[in-house]
Design a protein. Structure first.
Length: 232
């Protein structure tokens, strides 16, 4: 006799929490996320379907496989994962669990999800992040790995503002700047989805930081030209 688990029919999609690494496509036109463990090789969008990471043809989530999206019920449990050194550049996602799912004691394994909110932690220097900048430590073919960065630490790296990442990701994603585990209440976007004053200030700070970095590089090149060859 085959044991069948009880079927749930919720009136609205369950909510879950997870951590992920933000990514930007090589041409800078798309934004998404990758998992931090099993699904790290497969970038996904804000609204996306899960597939088997082992290349099997069954639908996720299969009972005899560990494929599918994963999340936990409790926000604090997801935030605790950010304490690990290898996960400190990850962001906290609030997701809607869509499609078929398997419920576990601590969370869900499921077929389809919508990322509603992404909370970005502080820059490595401790200042509240103003952007997501290219992280030279990791990436995926065709995708740049991103990490939280303040205006002063962006310098000449490829970067996108928080609201800019939300616009590229699409599907109504909200991106919040968090600090010390607390999300900032202002998304930087107006009610119609256009940049507001905080977002424009952040954009201006990023542009100024890049300009300062380029001026420094130009000054170094000018000094080399004036004084002959220079060896470091």
């Amino acid at each position: 006799m085959r044991l069948r688990l009880p079927a749930e029919r919720p009136t609205e999609p369950p909510t879950g929490y997870k951590i992920a690494r933000p990514v930007l496509s090589q041409d800078g036109t798309r934004a998404g996320f990758t998992g931090v463990s099993l699904g790290s090789a497969l970038p996904y969008g804000v609204l996306d379907d899960a597939s088997c990471v082992y290349g099997r043809r069954h639908r996720a989530p299969a009972r005899l496989c560990d494929c599918g999206f994963h999340c936990v019920h409790d926000r604090a449990a997801a935030e605790a994962l950010l304490c690990a050194a290898e996960h400190r550049a990850a962001v906290l996602l609030e997701v809607s669990v869509l499609g078929s799912y398997i419920r576990f004691e601590r969370g869900f394994r499921y077929a389809r999800q919508r990322v509603r909110t992404a909370t970005v932690g502080p820059c490595a220097c401790g200042v509240t992040a103003a952007a997501l900048a290219a992280d030279d430590e990791w990436g995926r073919p065709g995708w740049r790995g991103l990490a939280p960065a303040c205006a002063g630490c962006v310098r000449g790296r490829t970067s996108v503002s928080l609201a800019g990442f939300a616009r590229l990701a699409g599907e109504g994603l909200r991106v919040l700047a968090g600090g010390a585990g607390t999300a900032a209440p202002n998304t930087g976007l107006t009610a119609d989805g256009e940049p507001g004053v905080p977002e424009l200030v952040a954009e201006a700070a990023l542009l100024q930081a890049r300009l300062d970095w380029f001026q420094t590089q130009l000054a170094r090149l000018g000094n080399r030209g004036a004084g002959g060859a220079e060896y470091d």
